[in-house]
Write a protein that binds this ligand. Sequence first.
Ligand code: AMP
Ligand code: ZN
Length: 666
Amino acid sequence: MPENIKERIEQLRHEINRHNENYYQLDEPSISDLEFDTLLKELQDLEAQYPEYQDDNSPTHRVGGGITKNFPTVQHQFRMYSLDNSYDFDDLADWEKRIIKTIDEPVEFVAELKFDGASISILYENGTLVQAVTRGDGFQGDEITSNVRTISDIPLRLKGDYPERFFMRGEIYLTRKNFDKINKQREEEGLDPFMNPRNTASGTLKMQDSREVRKRRLSSVLYQFVAEEAPADTHWELLHKARDWGFTISEQIKLCKNLDEIKDFINFWDEERHQLPFEIDGIVLKVNSLKQQKQLGYTAKSPRWAMAYKFKAEKAETELQSVSYQVGRTGAITPVANLKPVLLAGTIVKRASLHNEDIIKKLDLHEHDFVYVEKGGEIIPKIVGVNIEKRSPESKKIEYIKNCPECGTALIKLEDQAIHFCPNDLHCPPQVVGRMIHYVSRKALNIENLGSETIEQLYQAKLIENPADFYTLTKAQLLPLERMAEKSAQNIIDGIEKSKEIPFEKVLFGIGIKHVGETVAKKLVKNFSSIDELKNATVEELCQVEDIGSKIAESIVEFFKNPENILMLERLKSYGVQLEKRQTTSEILSNTLEGKTFLFTGKLSLFTRESAEEMVEKHGGKNISAVSKNLNYLIVGEKAGSKLKKAQELGTVQILDEQEFLDLFS
Ligand code: AMP
Ligand code: ZN
């Protein structure tokens, strides 16, 4: 029997790896998410049941799932130095001269791109990835192994003839394409877009949920082998060996014999970098021979054998024509500078983001100022300064608006935020449209074929004003819209009809209660099985739920105070949208646990928390996520903490160990 199990485990791993590859590299999933999750679940269950077949490189780790609350600090065995910077060819020539003076034999250089991401050090032992650590302060960093495992082009197991133990260093980054994709999706979900790929990449590495990390589709490039001993004499050879072991090594590296060849490389990429699918901020030059590297050594901060050449951020001067204000789908106001068109980094720039009032104040921006615009990592250029000499004495300061440009409501500014908001969320046009776009989005009601443009048109035509209106739409109303064919109209109607099957937790996310994201919605549904139960909950009761603080709780209570929201919910209910948790009867195996509530805490060893919770539900019980007098059973594993203490204090909760829990079924 175990032989069969082992075979099945290997087969599943193989298949999941293959699908993963299609998903990332070809960008087209070969099976549905559901099918994928089913395979994965089977593998996870088998691995939990047969720990002897555990393998750190199983795709169950690749796909994430682990939650890290605090990343442990790890000392770097070899310090991660920074690089010395040079900004022009004179600096470079000085550096080369110093090197030639120290080394009296020919010196070769490897020229590489300077990737703009987050640096990482990954430890491999016996061909297996064992640990990944951020750069931190160079002496110690954060251990983020489980997140790094989810990055698809980082090998978990090496091929060929690799050394027994070594570190590979490199950069984790986001391609422009994936960065845009993330922002597009955030926009659909009513979230503010991220500023630039670099910060998004480093922020992603520190996310607690590795499943979310996987979805961001980070990329890697490795550029440095580090160990007590190297299996080659030059950096160039090491890079090529590393490529054979399975690492992604940059395609754009060049061996240069002298300064002229280095300059050619720099000039070429200064032009061409805008065509790369990712962002770079310069070029890195490294002495090729490891023996020479050793001879040159390190300064207090950086290796003498390496140098970064930073590209100048491209800058242009132009006239500010006006400042306009955009209202986002969440009501956030973004000031935008309208500029006299100017050529910058190969594109014509007409607008620049001003971000918020503080930035306008800091620039001391006046009407018709001449401003410097720069294109850094951000997609939208920004204003970095004002040419005061060209300012006319009569010109007036830019005054920030007090009222919403879309609906006239007085703007508010939250204590801890730099951004202004329009609080009229139910009637401010972009917010109304934003709410409906959020409602149909993939993670909410997933109404396919109903895009933001169509919603905009329907709103303009006064056919819809809130999510409940979708359910009264008719084909006859859709057909007159621009570019609306018979077939697409039918698809929309069908999609809306199908959304009535979407489970409560997604509907709860979809109706757009402020601060209620996907995860919070799930947690709420675990504790409140219908919209009416939730409506009647007090702030205190809501705060009992795991991860729900007073900010979220108050926002929920506030939402239900508004009669317009209540009316919308009543209408949704009457159209048959799921506003309570549905128990599929086929899943119920018995009613042994009926009416009883359960909570698991500590490290479980006989089963996983998910499978235990599933078992509770299949036998008629209910899982809740906080210790209160509503709790009947607390099942404690190893190292149970505050929950156990609280249950003991309460005295009304039955405390069981894992075996005692299983005994409930016999
Ligand atoms: P800086 O942060 O300006 O001191 O530059 C040093 C950083 O450049 C390193 O910590 C790396 O993260 C990054 N870097 C990007 N590409 C390379 C490369 N090809 N070789 C070495 N470092 C690189
Ligand atoms: Zn408004």
